[in-house]
Design a protein around this ligand. Structure first.
Ligand code: DX5
Length: 217
């Protein structure tokens, strides 16, 4: 299995102290996730590409677009928003894209890792034909839209099957990940752990990251 990566999602960080909160966790983060919502694909809204102008980090970003029909023009707004930041991957939802293959190709052409996300209710079979076009798959472990929800353990069946099909793929899980659920996800085959409230609502954020890492050793 590929290396375990820890990915704090800044969704539940204190937005008024965003830079301080990022500074606190960045030494211990493999990637930082930026969640982007449009109030169409999910019932919640966030800042769009301009959010990337509001902070700096040397940690590469994981941009999770919970957005209906993200166009090439829209994706470009993220790529061009803040050239000082490095974007590792851009994740688009299978359920949100009528031409998934085209959008994955566009992301890759911009030297960014293309990643496909699937919601808890979406069967893995739906994305099998796209697996060779993505270097990472995000198996959502909550319905997207909000942090602080409960981990849906049934999603682990998809993680297990994906790991069986793709031994070297980066398999990301997102939603309800903490020091109790991370070991379940890793045992199933996930190696990229997105964690938001467990880190950013903790008194000591670095200690929370260390607890998650220790739980999967
Ligand atoms: C959910 C987002 C997640 C969310 C996870 O829609 O994609 O990244 O921030 O939050 P926690 O870790 O609190 O479940």
């Amino acid at each position: 299995m590929p290396k375990i990566k820890i990915v704090p999602s800044i969704l539940s960080a204190n937005q008024d102290k965003l830079q301080d909160e990022i500074n606190e966790v960045e030494e211990h983060s493999d990637l930082l996730q930026v969640d982007v919502m449009d109030n169409k694909f999910v019932p919640n809204i966030t800042s769009q590409a301009e959010l990337l102008k509001k902070f700096y980090t040397k940690v590469p970003l994981d941009i999770h677009l919970m957005v209906k029909e993200p166009s090439e023009e829209y994706i470009k707004t993220f790529i061009n928003s803040n050239k000082k930041l490095k974007i590792n991957n851009i994740t688009v939802h299978y359920e949100a894209c009528s031409n998934l293959e085209k959008i994955l190709r566009f992301i890759k052409k911009n030297n960014i890792i293309p990643c496909i996300a699937i919601n808890p209710k979406t069967p893995l079979g739906k994305i099998k034909k796209f697996l060779d076009k993505a270097s990472m798959v995000l198996v959502m472990t909550v319905e997207p839209g909000f942090s602080g929800q409960k981990f849906i353990e049934e999603c682990m069946e998809k993680v297990k099957e994906l790991r069986r099909l793709k031994p070297r793929l980066d398999i990301e899980v997102d939603g309800g990940i903490n020091d109790k659920t991370a070991p379940i996800a890793v045992k199933a085959g996930a190696n990229v752990l997105v964690v938001s409230s467990f880190i950013f609502k903790a008194e000591d954020k670095v200690a929370a990251i260390k607890r998650v890492l220790k739980s999967v050793k």
